[in-house]
Design a protein around this ligand. Structure first.
Ligand SMILES: Nc1ncnc2c1ncn2[C@@H]1O[C@H](COP(=O)(O)OP(=O)(O)OP(=O)(O)O)[C@@H](O)[C@H]1O
Length: 227
């Protein structure tokens, strides 16, 4: 569970978050939806401790995080296998690491590419490595910042399927930020909408039963109102 109490944060005079109270469901996918510049990445950076000068309380049990960003952050001079190894070598015992890397690369259908370098892979393949690395890392939380943005529709669909497959096998508490309503609806039952800047509240929508097409249209219209 991630719980945020009375959180305030500014970049100099630019107030981004003002007295925010929110908690996110454990072992579920929580999508944070907001327009560009509304403070989504800032909030993720606060949760994982990159942004430090805040007031208020951010509680997260376990405090270990994996990340997937919009552009895959792979080290160019290391192979795919070595990139995985680099991220995991301090947190996974030496005897287990080889099996673990191969297991996760296999899950994202990239085992045969393990000795290639990032520049030899497509954008979608590199993002699959990022997803494999994020799940291989022994963390409680997975923070995803626009992980499917900028990819074409079929690539986006297959990456989302891979993400859901790994998450269903090993549930982590996911905070995924996006400005894409369709993406949020396709990934999560828990959608938190940033209404405006500064962020004073996240409007929570829980979708527990599948929506009919008319309900869905209405719901999207309601969400668009905030974006
Ligand atoms: N390191 C920084 N220093 C100063 N201002 C920043 C910094 N990072 C972000 N900002 C400002 O904070 C505000 C929120 O930025 P943030 O990146 O959190 O928004 P976002 O919702 O993630 O946007 P996008 O969807 O475009 O990535 C913006 O006005 C931005 O200019």
């Amino acid at each position: 569970m991630i719980t945020i109490k009375n959180l305030c944060f500014s970049y100099d005079d630019n107030r981004i978050i003002e007295n925010l109270n929110v908690s996110f469901n454990e072992n579920s996918i929580n999508c944070i939806l907001g327009s560009s510049g509304s403070g989504k990445s800032t909030l993720l950076n606060l949760v994982c401790g990159i942004n430090k000068n805040y007031s208020g309380i951010i509680e997260s049990k376990g405090d270990s995080f994996s990340y997937v960003f919009q552009s895959p952050t792979l080290i160019p001079w290391l192979t795919i296998y070595e990139n995985m190894n680099f991220a995991l070598k301090h947190v996974i015992p030496g005897a287990d690491i080889h099996k673990k890397i191969e297991h996760y690369l296999n899950l994202v259908d990239l085992l045969e590419y393990k000795d290639m370098f990032p520049h030899e892979l497509s954008g979608g393949m590199k993002q699959r490595v990022s997803i494999a690395r994020a799940f291989a890392f022994p963390s409680n939380y997975l923070l995803m910042d626009e992980p499917f943005t900028g990819l074409n529709a079929s690539l986006k669909k297959s990456l989302k399927e891979i993400f859901i497959k790994l998450w269903s096998m090993e549930k982590k508490t996911v905070l995924l930020v996006t400005h894409d309503i369709e993406e949020a609806l396709s990934l999560s039952k828990n959608i938190y909408v940033i209404k405006k800047k500064p962020v004073t509240e996240l409007l929570k929508f829980s979708i527990n039963t599948p929506l009919g097409s008319e309900e869905l249209k209405l719901f999207k219209k309601q969400l668009l109102h905030y974006l």
